[in-house]
Design a protein around this ligand. Structure first.
Ligand SMILES: Cc1cc2nc3c(=O)[nH]c(=O)nc-3n(C[C@H](O)[C@H](O)[C@H](O)COP(=O)(O)O)c2cc1C
Length: 159
């Protein structure tokens, strides 16, 4: 199954899981990078990040050159922001329309997963969601346990 991992990460947790999955099954990976991201620290991080979710902002992304048509399975990974996915996915979903793909979803979060999977699934109607899994700040909380969990998960899906 030709697989692409697409993720956004501000502080590296989602990157850790995305890279683990991509290395484990040797697949392509696309990091969504806003041209101007929110600060990584302080009040503004939560304030601007939260506002961008609430107002469905579509931050301009650095150019990406992946042809999504080529892939059978697309794995989306996002930190949970204000109970949803990071706004970079608003931009992606306004630019790329997916149909009849297998989809797997993972999130990284601090303690409240919110509706991230429902929101992704809603945006990805017309595709088949074959798996979803959450990780509680894997960079801070037992990296090995979390990366093992990610490896097991992806193997189940691509077997
Ligand atoms: C703007 C913003 C909003 C957040 N909202 C939530 C939330 O609703 N629930 C939660 O559990 N964690 C929330 N978090 C914490 C992140 O989801 C968590 O730290 C995640 O692991 C970060 O992933 P990253 O390192 O890939 O950026 C939020 C973080 C930010 C920056």
């Amino acid at each position: 199954m030709k697989t692409l991992v697409v993720y956004y990460s501000l502080e590296g947790n989602t990157k850790l899981i995305a890279d683990t999955i991509a290395e484990e099954i040797n697949c392509d990976v696309l990091r969504l990078r806003p041209k101007k991201d929110i600060p990584k620290k302080g009040f503004l991080k939560f304030f601007l990040g939260g506002m961008n979710v609430v107002f469905n902002k579509k931050p301009e992304l650095e150019p990406y050159n992946k042809n999504f048509d080529k892939y059978d399975l697309i794995v989306f990974g996002s930190p949970v922001w204000a109970g949803s996915y990071a706004p970079s996915f608003n931009t992606l979903f306004s630019q790329v329309s997916l149909k009849d793909k297998k989809i797997a979803l993972f999130s990284c979060y601090g303690g409240r997963e919110g509706k991230v999977f429902e929101k992704f699934s809603h945006k990805l109607q017309g595709n088949e969601v074959i798996g979803q899994i959450g990780f509680i700040e894997p960079k801070k909380n037992n990296i090995d346990e979390n990366t093992d969990k990610a490896k097991q998960w992806i193997h189940q899906l691509v077997k």
